[in-house]
Ligand binder design. Structure first.
Ligand SMILES: NC(=O)c1ccc[n+]([C@@H]2O[C@H](COP(=O)([O-])OP(=O)(O)OC[C@H]3O[C@@H](n4cnc5c(N)ncnc54)[C@H](OP(=O)(O)O)[C@@H]3O)[C@@H](O)[C@H]2O)c1
Length: 338
């Protein structure tokens, strides 16, 4: 009889483990995030009426964040350098929601112009009276080998992705500290905690952000209602590769390359907003095998290094011969970069 109960318990554990393994094979976010997506607070109710400031709102992930937040009736501040694109995104937000013209503020902003960040923050407060959530999303990537790249490119990446982001954060955080509540979320990257070939400067800037925000969170323990979130997506369909820095300032990427293995921007944003609604501190959003890589990097770095080196070798070789580096993770690339 006793043996029988033991068999039942062991069978139940085996079924549970196998089920979790199968779920993991199809997962596109870390376990906490997917749990929140099923059982947690819904973004619809969380963001209704809230004031959300999105940087990098003129395209890609930032644009989609605005569209989905508008459908949840959040009031929005749209920032990036290209005002015309911001107006286009605003129109799309208005068409897809019951928001009024006044509920969406187009506020052109250059993250590199740190002297302007105070006056931009004042402008938002003048318009809406408060800022509930800042989403630091604006930024640029990199496609070049370190040995071929000017140090000026490294400076530019840090100025934009790191210093631009923390400069705006400083202004907005002052307001949140006065009110004792608010959220600051940063679209980081899987490259914020793993090593990636062709993106040494990009990874450095994202690692810097990761270290900065994790440390900032520890300074805010007296403010339990202020949330700091790091969003770490893997590859997502957007213009990020086309807009990436290369070997020298002013030189653009020859080809955006293969995007077929990337997650859709809609799904990335859907999960991001679930994570923010549930005040998750760090979220990994990536299709397989990138999600598996995140877990390996976190828990078994030696295995992660072995696999990363194998993939990186092909990727670097493809880049050097002018082939599409991105498809190298999955198959022999067929696309010529130029
Ligand atoms: N797509 C991916 O695979 C992926 C993966 C992980 C993380 N990310 C991160 O996601 C964020 C958004 O990227 P994306 O994929 O949506 O690429 P994207 O379409 O190129 O968007 C980048 C955004 O940043 C803005 N931006 C660039 N320079 C700026 C500056 N000096 N001042 C203000 N805004 C500036 C751009 O607007 P303007 O040109 O109008 O200024 C644009 O709206 C980035 O931080 C990126 O690192 C992307």
């Amino acid at each position: 009889m006793e043996t029988c109960w033991l068999c039942v318990v062991l069978s139940a554990i085996a079924v549970y483990v196998i089920t979790q393994f199968i779920r993991f094979l199809f997962a596109d976010g870390d376990f906490t995030l997917l749990w929140a997506a099923r059982f947690g607070t819904s973004p619809e109710s969380t963001f209704r009426g809230k004031v959300v400031w999105v940087t990098g709102a003129s395209s890609g992930i930032g644009e989609e964040l605005c569209l989905q937040l508008a459908s949840f009736h959040a009031r929005l501040v749209l920032s990036a350098r290209r005002e015309k694109e911001l107006e286009r995104v605003k129109q799309m937000c208005l068409e897809r929601s019951s928001l009024k013209d006044d509920d969406i503020l187009v506020l052109p902003l250059d993250l590199l112009d740190r002297a302007s960040h105070k006056e931009k923050t004042v402008a938002v407060l003048k318009h809406f009276g408060t800022i509930d959530l800042l989403i630091n999303n604006g930024g640029r990537s990199q496609r070049s080998l370190f040995v071929d790249t000017d140090v000026d490119v490294y400076q530019a990446l840090m100025e934009l992705n790191y210093l631009g982001t923390i400069s705006l954060t400083k202004q907005v955080l002052s307001h949140m500290l006065c009110h004792g509540k608010g959220s600051i979320a940063t679209v980081n990257s899987v490259a914020g905690f793993v090593g990636v070939p062709l993106g040494t400067g990009y990874a450095a800037s994202k690692h810097a952000l990761q270290g900065f925000f994790n440390s900032l969170r520890t300074e805010l323990t007296d403010y339990p209602d202020i949330t700091i979130s790091n969003i770490c997506p893997g590859p997502v369909v957007s213009s990020v590769v086309q807009n990436a820095f290369t070997e020298e300032l002013g030189k653009s990427v020859a080809s955006a390359g293969d995007q077929t293995h990337k997650m859709t921007v809609e799904r990335c944003v859907q999960l991001t907003l679930v994570g923010l609604a549930n005040r998750i501190k760090e979220m990994w959003i990536a299709d397989q095998p990138f999600l598996l890589f995140c877990y390996l990097w976190q828990y078994t770095p030696t295995v992660a290094w072995f696999l990363t080196n194998a993939f990186s070798k092909t990727r670097v070789q493809n880049f050097k011969t002018g082939l599409d580096a991105d498809s190298a993770y999955f198959s022999k690339p067929k696309v010529k970069a130029s």
